[in-house]
Ligand binder design. Structure first.
Ligand SMILES: CC(C)(COP(=O)(O)OP(=O)(O)OC[C@H]1O[C@@H](n2cnc3c(N)ncnc32)[C@H](O)[C@@H]1OP(=O)(O)O)[C@@H](O)C(=O)NCCC(=O)NCCS
Length: 404
């Protein structure tokens, strides 16, 4: 029987969630879990794959905005819940689901698509490029103290569970411009991230930093679990979930607070920028150990004109021309001249030629054109590659910090 791909309706969502869970080798949601996640399906354009009455695959995208170099924000499909049942794999079902999502993103006028990949081998064929990495880290608090940081001149206070959501969202939104790759977080994400922190009686805490009373400019969200022997004997293990602040000084003030907490010896953080300011601020920078570096955000330019025009470029004298190939979006196949003053369509062949997945990887300025050229993803003379890097490079490096 042929597989039918169609937009997910509310009547389809639970079967789609079951198929996705099965694909990820997880149990299908029970009634309680489904009651929690059903609202997020309603706000998410999705597609299901059906073999008769059986749902055999799903793919969806949350609607968010991504910060691009220079601070503009672009509408983005945050792709999630991609899965195909083990019984129906390698028959092109995911390819058709992703194609439906890309077409949907074009129809909605989105400029970008973004995702977190379960495996790094899947998404390049669909035009996505690995645009930014993240680090998982461990910090030994005794060796880390005292921190060396510019004074933040504020105070730190705990936030009561009932006030957490209303407090952290505006701080996060005000900090969105700080790194390319950061995304707006829909309400359903906040509820998921902060599920424990908004529940009384859990060891999950949110503190805010205030420079002036009542005007918080940063927050930290962390959890603690006890080693055998409890607080007094074994000590605790802390997990830093989020540290978001208006500037580096405030971010470090929050880290100083965390690392100074009694009874906790080791802190872990699952997602930190690879150019984190924290290690350089520690008394002993080796107290901060990177335990892994992973690909974080995979990006796809959907509307290349809008994407290239929205970001800024470094003020270097020379421009570069790039010819782009995109197997799925014909309007993205052309040549662009990119210079300090912006990007525009140009005639003829560009100095560089690249697939949309490579341009998407380079777009946020964290992955170099040089690295892409070294692996054959970008073709052209070395001086043009060098000019592209001078124009595109961004600091701080791209980092998202939101998992979806
Ligand atoms: C990843 C997954 C969605 C792919 O579904 P699928 O329907 O088998 O994919 P397709 O048949 O459309 O495959 C398209 C191509 O991708 C390749 N491919 C698919 N999954 C791959 C994987 N995990 N690793 C390497 N290549 C993969 C296929 O071999 C095929 O290559 P080809 O075009 O050269 O023949 C499916 O295997 C799955 O559900 N995996 C577990 C859940 C998961 O990882 N989801 C992704 C979350 S980000």
């Amino acid at each position: 029987m042929s597989i039918d791909i169609r937009p997910g309706t509310p009547a389809d969502h639970r079967a789609m969630a079951g198929a996705m869970a099965n694909a990820l080798l997880s149990p299908a949601p029970d009634d309680e879990a489904w009651a929690k996640s059903a609202p997020s399906w309603l706000e998410t354009p999705s597609f299901g794959a059906w073999d008769g009455d059986e749902c055999v695959g799903s793919a969806s995208q949350f609607l968010v905005d991504t910060t691009v170099p220079g601070g503009a924000r672009l509408p983005t499909g945050a792709v999630s819940r991609v899965g195909v049942l083990p019984t129906h794999r390698r028959r092109g079902v995911a390819t058709r689901l992703l194609r439906a999502l890309v077409d949907d993103a074009c129809a909605r006028g989105l400029a970008l698509m973004s995702l977190r990949a379960s495996e790094a081998t899947i998404y390049e064929r669909y035009g996505f490029g690995m645009a930014g990495e993240s680090a998982s880290v461990t910090v030994d608090s005794a060796r880390a103290r005292p921190l060396r940081a510019a004074p933040a001149n504020g105070r730190i206070r705990f936030v009561a569970p009932d006030d957490v959501l209303a407090t952290v969202e505006p701080i996060y939104d005000a900090a969105l411009h700080r790194r390319p790759g950061m995304v707006t977080r829909p309400a359903t994400w906040w509820e998921r991230y902060l599920a424990k922190a908004i529940t009384l009686g859990t060891a999950s805490h949110v503190v805010v930093h205030e420079r002036e009373p009542g005007r918080p400019d940063g927050y930290a969200h962390y959890d603690v679990t006890w080693n055998d022997g409890g607080p007094g004997l074994g000590g605790g293990r802390g997990k830093v979930r989020d540290v978001i602040a208006a500037d580096d000084a405030t971010e470090l003030a929050l880290w100083a607070f965390i690392l100074d907490l009694d009874l906790v010896r080791t802190w872990t953080a699952g997602e930190r920028p690879v150019d984190d300011v924290v290690p350089g601020a520690l008394y002993d920078r080796r107290a901060y150990r990177v335990t892994g570096i992973d690909d974080e955000q995979w990006l796809r330019l959907v509307d290349i004109d809008r994407a290239l025009a929205a970001r800024t470029y470094n003020p270097v004298p020379d421009s570069v021309t790039v010819t782009v190939d995109d197997q799925w979006i014909g309007a993205n196949c052309d040549t662009w001249r990119i210079g300090a003053d912006g990007a525009e369509r140009a005639h003829g062949d560009g100095e560089l030629r690249a697939d949309i997945s490579a341009v998407s990887a380079a777009y946020l300025g964290g992955i170099t054109w040089r690295a892409l050229a070294a692996t054959g993803r970008v073709v052209g003379p070395a001086d043009a590659v060098e000019r592209a890097d001078q124009l595109f490079a961004t600091r701080p490096l791209p980092f998202c910090g939101s998992f979806f």
